[in-house]
Structure formats: C-alpha cells, structure tokens
Design a protein around this ligand. Structure first.
Ligand SMILES: Nc1ncnc2c1ncn2[C@@H]1O[C@H](COP(=O)(O)OP(=O)(O)OP(=O)(O)O)[C@@H](O)[C@H]1O
Ligand SMILES: O=P(O)(O)OC[C@H]1O[C@H](OP(=O)(O)OP(=O)(O)O)[C@H](O)[C@@H]1O
Length: 315
C-alpha cells in the first residue's frame, strides 16, 4: 500500500519508535482504543477506526516535527522538549503546546560528578569539561551559571572567563568521567543505579521530566485532537484512581466523607438494613491502602476496591 498518499487527510500522531517510552505509549494507545497494524519495519501505521496515522520517530526528534507543525500530536519526554526549545525557542506559531502530563517515564536530567572527587557544587565545574547527550540544555545551564558567578566576580569581563566545555556523546554518558574525558556529566537519572554503579553522585538538577503529550500550535483537525486527548486523559485517570465501595452506619457518614470525599461528592445508597448505607467514591490508587485502614477504624465493612477500565472525568 502507498502509505504516504494515505496521509493527506489524516491527523498525524508521533510516538517514540524505541527506547524507554515506546511500550508505555503502545499501552496508552491500546487503552484509548486507537487500533492500528504496524507492518514490519514501517514507521507509519494507519489507524483503522479514526482518520489518524501514527508516525514512529526517535523521541528526540518528535518536538521538531510537532514544533514545525508537520505532525499534529506527539508523545515524548519533557527533557526532549526542553532540549529542543533550548535551540529553537517557541514563537506564536511554532513550537509545541504541552497538553497532558502522562506520568510515566519519570526521570531527572542531573549534573553528576565523581563521588570521591573534590567537586561538590556545579560552580566548581566552570571552565572544566562536561559531557552529555543534552548539549543545548547543558550549554544554557552552564552559560547561565558562568554569567552569575563571573558576572559577580569580574564585573562581566568576558575575556577572562574560563568557558566550560560541553561535549556531545550519544550514549553511555556515565563512562565519561572514568575514561578521563569529563570532569562532570549531565545525564538522566531514574533509579540512580547507573549513576551509583559508575561511582557518580548528583549535585544539581537541570530538568525534571515525565512523558508528555504535545500538540502543534495549529493542528489540522482540532476536533479529532480533542477527542484523542480526552481518551488518553481517560486512560491516565483510570490508572491513577480506583473505585472504593463500602458499607457503613448512616451515623458515620460525616467521618466517612472526610476520608473519602470522592471526586465531586459521595454516592450514598440506602441498604436494606436499618441504619446502614453503601458508599461509593473514587480514591487515588497510591492512597488506597491507608484509606481502607482508616475506613475500618471508623467501622466501615465490606470494603471493596475496583479497578477502573477507563474514565471520562477531569484528572
Ligand atoms: N532511565 C530512564 N528512566 C525513565 N525515563 C527515561 C530513562 N531514560 C530515558 N528516559 C526517558 O525516555 C526518553 C527517551 O530515552 P531513550 O534513551 O529511551 O531513547 P532512545 O530513543 O532509545 O534514545 P537513544 O538511542 O539515544 O538511547 C528520554 O528523553 C526520557 O524522557
Ligand atoms: O537511573 P537509572 O534507572 O539507572 O537510569 C538512568 C540511565 O538510563 C538512561 O540510559 P539508557 O539505559 O537509556 O542507556 P544509554 O546510556 O545508552 O542512553 C540514562 O542515560 C542513564 O544512563
């Protein structure tokens, strides 16, 4: 099939083709009932149930395509958006709008130095060698730091400022200090395992990142964009909340309300037993165990937690 000729009337949605965000994005599309079949090695897939096409691109390139308006929607890391904007600042018509925090792919872009070395503060790296895959963010970070430190020390005499050198490497950034190429690095940290294994410690955070849904400034079909965004938001909310139901004495409803206020209000149903009601409320999944303990303490019984398949509600 000549896929390219099928793209004209379709909204384009960019998804990371590999790496940390890829599978989570596929799960999100599946949960949003966006149906597609990707042919082996093809980076474009037509969506069967919407006038939409998925374009599989490197996470780092997605802000460029969306920012230039070539692609309408995209998922990538906030770190990648920030790196792109450090080179191409957004204008009124170009650049991306972040419309949803997807709450996965959480990591921090951090300045790291050898754990047993003499450097404790990022200011001590000024004039030294820094290695990173995020050269534009690192440049912006260290130029600002130089401005602040040297501006104050030398009345802004730029000739006498030792410039921090920022060098690009595409991967295994954490090896740069041990190999003698760098005095410090700027790299992503999630669990911190890579950093610790390389004998490094973090001394500053440049960007806090999660995966984000981004939109071009002028999408081709705003109505379809809104529909897709509502579906994705529904899946994210469903992952964050559970439905809690329990039975309790009517006289304890006020105490119950303070523990499970619900998103808008409680659903209270009269039970076929004098003085008893059943209550239903959405609760944050991360708080669910604590909430069940507190409900038990005030006399609630038959407490059930139910997984939400999907939602249409504000997060
Ligand atoms: N350890 C991590 N934990 C969580 N999220 C991460 C982690 N590493 C990267 N990410 C997120 O995933 C995005 C893509 O990174 P990843 O290294 O998976 O991409 P990639 O396309 O495979 O790139 P490369 O080929 O340069 O390794 C990052 O920009 C960041 O937002
Ligand atoms: O804090 P952690 O959980 O250990 O994760 C951080 C590591 O993950 C990323 O690298 P990736 O595994 O993508 O490999 P890369 O070095 O080839 O980029 C990042 O560049 C760090 O090295």
């Amino acid at each position: 099939m000549d896929l390219v000729n099928h793209l004209n009337d379709r909204l384009l949605f960019a998804v990371p083709k590999k790496g940390r965000l890829h599978q989570k994005c596929l799960d999100l599309l599946h949960g949003s009932d966006i149906k597609f079949h990707r042919h082996n090695r093809l980076d474009i897939a037509l969506v069967q149930n919407h006038p939409l096409a998925l374009v599989f691109l490197p996470a780092a390139d997605i802000p460029t395509f969306v920012g230039e308006g070539r692609v309408d929607l995209g998922i990538t890391g906030r770190d990648q958006v920030a790196e792109h904007e450090a080179v191409v600042p957004p204008t009124e018509t170009t650049g991306v709008d972040e419309i949803l925090d997807l709450e996965f792919g959480r990591c921090n872009l951090q300045v790291q130095v050898p754990e047993n070395g003499t450097i404790e503060r990022p200011e001590q790296l000024l004039g030294k060698n820094v290695v990173t895959s995020f050269t534009h963010l690192a440049e912006a970070y260290f130029r600002k730091l130089e401005e602040r430190v040297y501006g104050a020390q030398m009345n802004g005499d730029s000739q006498s400022r030792p410039k921090t050198s920022i060098k690009y490497v595409g991967g295994s950034v954490e090896a740069a200090c041990a190999l003698g190429v760098a005095d410090g690095i700027v790299d992503l940290v999630e669990s911190g395992e890579t950093m610790r294994a390389a004998g490094l410690k973090a001394i500053s955070t440049v960007v806090e990142s999660t995966a984000v849904l981004i939109r071009s400034k002028h999408p081709s079909d705003p109505r379809l964009v809104n529909l897709i965004v509502a579906r994705i938001r529904g899946v994210i909310t469903a992952q964050k909340y559970v439905l809690c139901t329990y039975n309790i004495l009517r006289s304890s409803v006020d105490a119950a309300r303070s523990i499970t206020p619900g998103k808008r209000a409680l659903t209270i149903t009269t039970l076929d037993e004098e003085g008893w009601v059943a209550i239903q409320a959405m609760v944050a999944k991360k708080d669910a165990a604590d909430i069940m303990d507190q409900l038990t303490e005030i006399g609630a019984c038959d407490i059930l937690l139910m997984k939400l398949e999907n939602t249409r509600t504000e997060a």
